[in-house]
Design a protein around this ligand. Structure first.
Ligand SMILES: [Zn+2]
Length: 246
């Protein structure tokens, strides 16, 4: 559920107890070497080269650094090896590489963008989740697809998927318990409702209009699934949440 809560300020570092680390950050871009006005405290775009700079603590030296994307990935690898998440991280990376290679071959291109690779993987995740009736995994993949569409400024395509993700969010599926639906929905703000409201704003329509016009897929799937909270009730809850978030 963490993904959907209003919790965007997640620390980029892994939560391993920190001994006092030494601060080795400098006011220079690790990509282009350009001098910065101040030392970055978190992920920032360099005003000179417009590449992102990242802040990480390297567990090998216990020092805090401003690094490039590749260096940040390497440091995150080291943390993953320390905190036991390396097998998943490695498997994910291999999947990305294999997907990229497969798409390049299929489309006869020298390389494929990160976005295309992500989209292909999310599409596979949706198919697998539907096949296995893993509704929590389905909810996550649908939400991530909607985010991709939001990022590429396609509100008309993003909105139906955010509505679908909100329907599942309220019905609270739990794949780990091997049941479709767990205890039930606790009313409160969540990112997914904010996005439903935001896409409606981007389309220049009210939330009510958005939920009427863009909920066809959700209604169709709700009809088949018969989750505990029906579409009509879900619709009211989404509207309440958007109204209270304003
Ligand atoms: Zn730079």
């Amino acid at each position: 559920m963490g993904l959907f809560r209003k919790n965007k300020q997640v620390s980029e570092e892994r939560s391993i107890p920190n001994r006092a680390s030494s601060d080795a950050r400098v006011a220079a871009c690790p990509n282009c070497g350009g001098i910065l006005k101040k030392v970055p405290g978190a992920k920032t775009k360099c005003p000179n080269c417009h590449e992102y700079m990242f802040v990480r603590t390297d567990p090998r030296t216990n020092s805090r650094l401003v690094v490039t994307f590749d260096q940040a990935e390497e440091i995150d690898d080291e943390w993953a090896k320390l905190n036991g998440t390396w097998p998943e991280r490695k498997a994910e990376r291999e999947r990305v590489a294999a997907t990229r290679e497969r798409l390049a071959k299929k489309w006869n291109l020298p390389t494929v963008s990160d976005r295309d690779v992500r989209w292909a993987m999310l599409s596979e995740d949706v198919v697998a989740a539907l096949r296995d009736h893993k509704w929590a995994a389905y909810q996550k993949a649908v939400f991530d697809m909607a985010l991709e569409l939001h990022d590429t400024k396609k509100p008309e395509q993003a909105l139906p998927l955010f509505i679908l993700a909100a329907y599942f969010y309220i019905n609270n599926p739990n794949d780990a318990l091997g049941e479709w639906w767990s205890e039930g929905y606790v009313s409160g703000p969540a990112e997914v409702f904010d996005y439903v409201g935001l896409e409606c704003e981007l389309l220049g329509i009210t939330s009510e209009e958005g939920l009427n016009k863009y909920s066809e897929r959700t209604q169709r799937e709700a009809e088949k699934l018969k989750a505990p909270v029906a579409w009509t009730a879900v619709r009211e809850m989404i509207l309440e949440n958007i109204a209270s978030g304003k």
